[in-house]
Design a protein around this ligand. Sequence first.
Ligand SMILES: [Zn+2]
Length: 391
Amino acid sequence: MQPQFYMYCYPWDLEDEGLEESIGRLAGEIGVDGINVAATTSEVLHYRPRKPLEKRVFKTEAGAHFQPDKKFYSSCRIKPHPAAWMKSRNALERIVKVCEKEKLKVRASINCCVGRALVERYPFAACVNALGVISERVLCPTHPDVREFLAAMVEDLSTNYGLEALEIRELRWEDVTDHNENEVCRPPWLPVAADLLSHCFCSSCRQAVSAQSVGGDAVLQAATARLEEWLDHSGTENTKDRSTLLYDPDVLEYSMSMRGFVLELVSELKQRAKCELAVRYSARVFPADADFIQEHLMERIDAVVVSSRMLGDGATESTLDSHVSLIPSKLDVIKSVEQTDTSTMQALVASTLALAERGYRSISFSDYGRAHQHTLDAIRQAIRFARRETR
Ligand SMILES: [Zn+2]
């Protein structure tokens, strides 16, 4: 099978370079089969490495980079909000038009739950941790209004833009890495404390879990007690002993139920999608276990999107050791331009060919706006070489 190559693109990078110019270049000079454009994102502060982009810095709040079609959201309490940088244009629509002309396939990605501006508008659906801290950055995917909003957005995007596929990202709860570490005062982390604080205990989560298995309120009490124990004793006792004491089997069962809610939501989104649906693998929600991904995630959707690092590509170690059991034709693999093997043309050409030979559904480079000119040149060579060698 001939490999398919894609480039991840942020709409503002394409717009600022000129759509005809940037998309023409991707199709002609670089030679990808398609692009994957961000339809919604969290907040972004982008220092741009490449000319001719005049503005060396781009900044946006979390938002939608398309104009929502109102009819899909009439019964929704949460709606997508167009980002200010677009003014009143529809960036996605403009990009799709030029891609049609250039015969490029278009995939789009949705950032589901993360963004300060989104949570500011809809605080009632925010994640809440075990010590009652309401998230300022992450909406809870268990909340019925969040689920309805995501389903409507999937239907809107997959109906209106002739997309080949939609990619779902950041379908998750808040975890401790969402907090700005410069603003947080706390004792040293124990991994188990960080894990406990990365569970959502909003009323939607507790109710949903109680309806299924363990009592959500009881688990919250247990989690709170263990966190208090961490705060009481941090730094005073043997950390290792304390770690095992803090583990709670009910919290583990709670996590399993929560994971089940995300999987159910993935199925709901797949039903609403009028194009292919892919899900970006996240170690925050799913175990790094090939059997789990194959049995529980792949069967619900058209593809799972993973970083090539997770498949043991390049210098880094694989975290999906048994990747051989994953179905390559249902995997979209991303090579980040920041990976060490993209720093020289030779290394990128070799690692791209290695991926192409494994028969993945597609290989994507991430991303256009962060790549230096020499990286784009290397990507062009890598694609040509891989096509020729796998013919
Ligand atoms: Zn929740």
